[in-house]
Design a protein around this ligand. Structure first.
Ligand code: AMP
Length: 397
C-alpha cells in the first residue's frame, strides 16, 4: 500500500491507497489529524464508515503513530511494513523540477525552500521527519507544487527587478498547484484523446488558494502565483496581485511592519477582505443572490480578476486553445463563479450551456460549454492525492 500525506504545521491529511494494480491504485481510506500540538482530533473514512477520535497529539510523530496503530487495530494493515512507500505533498521545491525520492540532498533542498514558503514547508518537513522515525523501512517521495512550473521561460518567471535578486536570492516566479495541473493535464489528454505534448489548456484551480495556469504543449507556460502563493488571482483570504507600494503605505498608516501587512494580505484579504464577511464562496454566491452588496462587490472583483488572467493566457496560446478547465473547490462546484468569469470574456466567443453548468451531480468531469462554443469549457474534479500516489509508485520499487 501507499500512504499519501499532506501536512501543515498542525494538521496531517492522509489517504491510503491499495496499489495492487500499479496503473490504477484505489484509495481505501481518507482522513485527517488536526489540532496537533494544541489538542488532537483524528478522523477517517473507511468502507463508508466514519471513525473519530479525540486524543492528545503533542507532535506529528505521535499523530502518525496513532494513525498507524488504528490501521493495524482495524485490520486494514497487518503491520507498518504493509505500507511500502509514503508520498508527501511539498508546496515549495525551489528549483527541483520533478517528484523525487527523499534522499539527503532533496531533504536539504526542501529545508532550504522554507525561506520561500515559511507558512507551508515546515509542516511537510516535520511530517517527513516523523515518518522516517515511525516507518523506517518505507521509501519516501516528495511531490512539489512548484515542480510542474519549472518549464516556464525566462520572460515568464523573471520579475522586472534587479537581476541580481534572482541570481543571489532566487527571486523569481515559481508557481504552485502544480500537482493538480499535472493531474488535469494527464486526464484532459485522455478525455480529448490528444497526446499530452500537443495539449493547450487554461486551467483555473480555484480553491481556497487559487491560481490559473497556461499549459502549452502539455507543459506549464505561465501561471499566476509567483515567488509565493500570495500572487495572482483573488483568493479566499489572499489578495493576489497588488501594487507593491501598498505595503509600505499601509505600514505607515497602521504604524506597523511589513510582516504584519503581509500577514493581512495572506489571511484577511481576498473574498474575506473585499466582502468584509466571509472567505467561503458558498456564502459569497449565496449572499450575492440575496442582494447583499458586500458579497456582490467581492464576487464581481473575484471573477473579473480571473477573467483578466484567462484572456492574457488565451493570448499566449493564440488560436489553439483545446479547453478551459475549472477545478478545485470553487472551480468544481460554483456554477456562478464559472458563469460570471466566462461572461467577462467577450473576445473568446464562449457559449455556456447553463443547464450543464448548474448540474451538481457529476462524477469526474463535465462539459459546461454548448456544442457550438468556439472553445470547450469543462468543470473537472482534481485529485492531487492520486497524482502523488502515482508518482510515488513510479519512483519506488
Ligand atoms: P479547496 O481549497 O479546493 O478545498 O476549496 C475550498 C473552497 O471551495 C471553499 O472555501 C469554498 O469557498 C469552495 N466551495 C466548496 N464547495 C462549494 C460549493 N458547493 N459552491 C461554491 N463554493 C464551494
Amino acid at each position: 500500500m501507499i500512504l499519501v500525506i499532506n501536512a501543515g504545521s498542525s494538521s496531517i491529511k492522509f489517504r491510503l491507497f491499495n496499489d495492487s494494480d500499479k496503473k490504477n491504485p484505489i484509495d481505501i481510506l481518507d482522513g485527517i489529524a488536526e489540532r496537533i500540538t494544541i489538542g488532537g482530533d483524528v478522523s477517517f473514512k473507511y468502507e463508508g464508515k466514519k471513525y473519530e477520535y479525540e486524543v492528545a497529539l503533542p507532535n506529528h510523530e505521535v499523530a502518525i503513530k496513532f494513525i498507524l496503530d488504528k490501521l493495524i487495530e482495524l485490520n486494514i494493515i497487518s503491520n507498518v511494513d504493509d505500507i511500502s512507500a509514503v508520498g508527501f505533498r511539498v508546496v515549495h521545491g525551489g528549483t527541483i523540477s520533478k517528484s523525487s525520492i527523499i534522499n539527503d540532498d532533496v531533504f536539504n533542498k526542501i529545508k532550504d525552500a522554507v525561506k520561500l514558503a515559511p507558512l507551508h514547508n515546515p509542516g511537510a518537513i516535520t511530517a517527513i521527519e516523523a515518518v522516517k522515525k515511525v516507518m523506517p523501512k518505507a521509501e519516501l517521495v516528495a511531490c512539489f507544487d512548484t515542480a510542474f512550473h519549472q518549464t516556464l521561460a525566462e520572460e515568464q518567471y523573471l520579475y522586472a527587478v534587479p537581476y541580481s535578486w534572482y541570481q543571489k536570492y532566487g527571486v523569481r516566479k515559481y508557481g504552485f498547484h502544480g500537482i493538480s495541473y499535472q493531474y488535469i493535464t494527464e486526464k484532459m489528454s485522455e478525455v480529448l484523446n490528444k497526446p499530452k505534448d500537443k495539449l493547450n489548456l487554461i486551467v483555473c484551480h480555484l480553491g481556497n488558494g487559487a491560481s490559473i495556469a497556461c499549459i502549452k504543449n502539455g507543459k506549464s507556460f505561465d501561471t499566476t502565483m509567483g515567488l509565493t502563493p500570495l500572487a495572482g488571482v483573488m483568493m479566499g483570504t489572499r489578495s493576489g496581485d497588488i501594487d507593491p507600494s501598498i505595503i509600505e503605505y499601509m505600514c505607515k498608516q497602521l504604524n506597523t511592519d511589513a510582516s504584519k501587512i503581509t500577514n493581512m494580505l495572506n489571511k484577511e484579504s481576498g473574498l474575506l477582505g473585499v466582502s468584509g464577511k466571509s472567505s467561503d464562496m458558498r456564502d459569497v454566491a449565496g449572499g450575492y443572490f440575496s442582494g447583499d452588496s458586500d458579497f456582490k462587490r467581492a464576487l464581481n472583483k473575484y471573477t473579473q480578476v480571473a477573467a483578466d488572467y484567462i484572456i492574457r493566457f488565451a493570448n499566449l496560446l493564440g488560436h489553439d486553445i483545446d479547453a478551459i478547465v475549472f477545478t478545485a473547490g470553487v472551480g468544481e462546484n460554483s456554477a456562478h463563479t464559472r458563469q460570471f468569469t466566462l461572461q467577462k470574456l467577450p473576445l473568446l466567443d464562449i457559449k455556456l450551456d447553463m443547464d450543464k453548468n448548474e448540474e451538481r451531480n457529476y462524477k469526474d468531469y463535465k462539459y459546461i460549454s454548448a456544442a457550438d462554443s468556439k472553445i470547450k469549457v469543462l468543470a473537472f474534479r482534481t485529485n492531487e492525492e492520486l497524482m502523488i500516489c502515482k508518482d510515488t509508485i513510479s519512483l519506488t520499487k
